[in-house]
Ligand binder design. Structure first.
Ligand SMILES: C[S@@+](CC[C@H](N)C(=O)[O-])C[C@H]1O[C@@H](n2cnc3c(N)ncnc32)[C@H](O)[C@@H]1O
Length: 550
């Protein structure tokens, strides 16, 4: 015999009472037809909501579906009678598909990397959140019942995200104390265990800094069947949740909203600082404390609303620069002599949701340089970040270096970079703001060997002096000019058999013991393009694994 479903959420109670009222109305001939019709409408709206939310929310992964099936078909009463659990566990306390999806979204949106769950049960919420964590993310799930760890582990093992979950068995408060003692901190906490202790968990987390600033606490059952606001509530849990909600609402350290989803889901955010005067209780809430214009340091690296271009953006270092600038929020124009390569990288950026533009230009030609600057300005109205990265490298013994090789190298590496700086500099000086980042080379500092590349080395030394000169000349008018000097970068080209001895030789010259990857340079371009580096100009940022020091 199928047992009737017990109402558990405010909506389920509304549906239950509406059905009862409708039954009474149907059985009473004196009830006006209009009342019956309106009751039916209310039943339809209320009873259709949860199923609709389930249908319209993303469907769960197979391991989550398995957890749900396994939980629902398990005989929890028997497990309890057999003495395998301390308490009788109601299967209805599982976090379902819609709430699981909400938690997962919150993890994505807050970019949480470390999560704490208090009350794991059969791990539905834990796995939902773990699915949104990055590869190196971690979720610590506290659970009282040892039986549950054995129950969930086989399913966690089937999911690629299960290894992010670390289950701690025992009273949650013991786990919290242990975590606080070792200075742990979380981006997100999900409280979903014994209701009367919610307030103690919350206070402990806040008082012991277990939640980072801007971090979020989600709390399940915060409407507790509506009893938090019903006048006649007398039960311990309803009153505990009411007191909990009241406490959080008046806590100046946080802001909160209760989402009327299922039995209520509170979302509580730890605010960065207590609003008020600049000095309180001897603490100075200056820019160091609050962040410059309220922005924490990582936010000051953001490049939202900025327009950037990268020459030589079709491959290698330029491509990595373009991706990095776009990831940080900038619109990026990809410039290359090779049209197909520029278009390919622009398309890659578009696939990542980054606004991009592909342009063909040979930066050794003044008319191409001017055309590229004009095209970007006419499309996006400004240029804030210029990465003059295009360059060539030709090898020859100095006694044999032809004037043709020298001129070609200088025309691109130094004359071309100068022309780009000048053309974009005119735009930026008019704007009163700009960041120019030239690609120089470690060869501007040392003479890389054994390869012979006189014109390259000399041209790159020129790029550094160009950068220093412009960097000091224009800084007063808001334009900063810096350069990056990469060491030897790992490209497919140098993996050829003939170059193997050369690579071996280079490696023995590099303290870091490896060649540079283009990704090693990405943070530097974002830093130099951002307001975080506004006091830096004319600088040569060397990224070479220590090679120039040996
Ligand atoms: C509502 S269920 C959790 C549901 C779970 N979050 C999910 O996603 O399905 C509550 C869980 O809290 C656990 N619990 C209760 N008291 C606890 C305590 N003091 N410490 C740790 N876990 C506790 C229970 O054993 C139960 O598994």
């Amino acid at each position: 015999m199928q047992t009737a479903k017990v109402s558990d959420t405010p909506l389920e109670f509304i549906v239950e009472y509406l059905h009862k009222a409708k039954e009474i109305a149907d059985g009473n001939a004196s009830v006006p037809e209009e009342l019956r019709i309106n009751l039916q409408k209310a039943v339809d709206i209320a009873s259709g909501l949860d199923p609709y939310l389930e249908k319209m929310s993303s469907q769960e992964s197979e391991p989550l579906a398995e957890l749900f099936r396994k939980t629902m078909s398990h005989d929890w009463e028997k497990v309890y009678e057999d003495g395998k659990t301390l308490f009788k566990l109601p299967k209805e306390c599982i976090t379902g598909q819609v709430e699981g999806q909400v938690l997962k979204m919150l993890v994505h949106m807050s970019k949480a990397r470390r999560i704490l769950e208090i009350g794991m049960f059969t791990g539905y919420g834990a796995l939902s959140m773990a699915e949104a964590l990055p590869e190196d993310g971690e979720l610590i799930a506290c659970e009282l019942e040892p039986y549950l760890k054995e129950f969930v582990q086989p399913v966690f093992d089937k999911s690629p995200h299960g290894r992010k979950i670390n289950v701690k068995i025992g009273p949650a408060m013991d786990a919290l104390k242990e975590l606080a003692a070792t200075g742990e901190q979380f981006d997100m906490v999900f409280i979903d265990a014994d209701k009367v202790n919610y307030i103690n968990y919350y206070k402990f987390i806040m008082d012991n800094n277990l939640l980072r600033i801007d971090g979020v606490i989600c709390v399940d059952n915060s409407l507790f069947k509506g009893r938090v606001y019903l006048q006649d509530t007398t039960d311990e849990m309803g009153l505990a949740l009411r007191a909990f909600n009241q406490f959080v609402t008046s806590d100046p350290r946080v802001e909160q909203v209760i989402i009327p989803l299922r039995d209520g889901l509170s979302v509580i955010r730890r605010v960065p600082h207590i609003p008020g005067p600049d000095t309180q209780n001897g603490v100075t809430f200056d820019e160091v404390f609050r962040g410059v214009q309220g922005k924490a340091v990582l936010d000051r690296l953001r490049l939202d609303k900025k327009v950037a271009y990268v020459t030589g953006g079709g491959q290698g270092i330029g491509r990595a620069f373009a991706h990095a600038l776009g990831e940080a929020g900038a619109k990026v124009a990809i410039i290359d002599v090779d049209k197909d390569k520029a278009e390919k990288v622009a398309e890659e950026l578009r696939l990542k949701g980054i606004q991009s533009l592909a342009l063909t230009a040979d930066i050794s030609k003044p008319e191409d340089v001017q055309r590229m600057i004009d095209s970007i300005v006419s499309k996006w109205g400004a240029i804030h970040i210029a990465c003059n990265n295009a360059g060539i490298n030709k090898n020859s013994a100095s006694e044999d270096t032809s004037l043709e090789e020298w001129d070609q190298t200088f025309n691109v590496n130094l004359r071309g970079t100068f022309m780009c700086c000048q053309a974009v500099g005119r735009v930026m000086l008019k704007q009163g703001y700009g960041k120019i980042i030239n690609t120089a080379s470690m060869a501007s500092l040392i003479v890389p060997h054994p390869q012979k590349q006189l014109s390259y080395n000399t041209s790159k030394a020129g790029v550094v002096k160009l950068t220093q000169t412009l960097g000091t000349e224009w800084v007063e008018r808001g334009v900063r000019v810096n350069c990056i000097s990469p060491g030897i970068v790992d490209t497919p080209l140098i993996h050829s058999e003939s170059l193997e001895p050369l690579v071996k030789r280079w490696l023995s010259d590099i303290p870091a013991g490896r060649l540079a990857q283009v990704t090693d340079l990405q943070a530097a371009i974002v830093y130099l393009a951002s307001e975080a580096s506004d006091y830096m100009t004319g600088h040569n940022l060397v990224i070479e694994g220590g090679q120039s020091l040996w």
